[in-house]
Design a protein around this ligand. Sequence first.
Ligand code: C5P
Length: 225
Amino acid sequence: MAPDLPTVIAIDGPSASGKGTIAVAVARHLGFHYLDSGALYRIVGLVGSERGANLDDDREISHITLNLKVKFEGDRVFVDGREVSDPIRGEAAGAAASRVAALPGVRSALMALQRSFRQPPGLVADGRDMGSVVFPDARLKIYLTATADERARRRHKQLIDKGSGASMATLLQDIRDRDFRDSTRAVAPLLKCIDAIEIDTTGTPVDVVVAQVLQLYQKAQQKTQ
Ligand code: C5P
């Protein structure tokens, strides 16, 4: 890592593997900034759908992406001055996100914005390609997984807690489709970097995983001192 750049912890993994929850808790514990890169792809998917754009057209969607003004305020997200915190969390925005995320122009259009989150004293970034593409020099790379059944159960609970519902079978299918698209696309596919440490979170409480990540970070820090 270049000595003058703030440290990064990259947390990658498939949909609903717990990345967001773990990354937020780790960032809070260390007093670091937090980047939810999935929210950016969700915003592009949402806005593209709202404008009736062709979600598979790289030129059209990249153009939209480059002209978006995105702002995060805590866990609230705004695009062009409008709050989109709720709509981007829906299943439709998630599915649209995974389509636009396969477009190379969209991925490069989001690169500078993602890297701008790297500010002192450090950053915890979650996504699919944080360790492989956006922050390849991250101090610590974590690859979080959980079985597809467990991830569908978590998504189901999230939706119930929010007062909406969906069948487990539909959610499981959605997760499998998204995994397939994310891991087989040509650009920045979801993969575990060789230098990432894999943590399977199936059946493990959040605080245990958070403690594990913090311990790994401490070890990584000691190695570089
Ligand atoms: O993480 P989340 O489920 O919010 O991400 C939504 C979608 O955005 C993912 O299914 C994936 O296709 C895409 N994504 C990506 N690269 C990232 C983060 C998200 O391709 N770094």
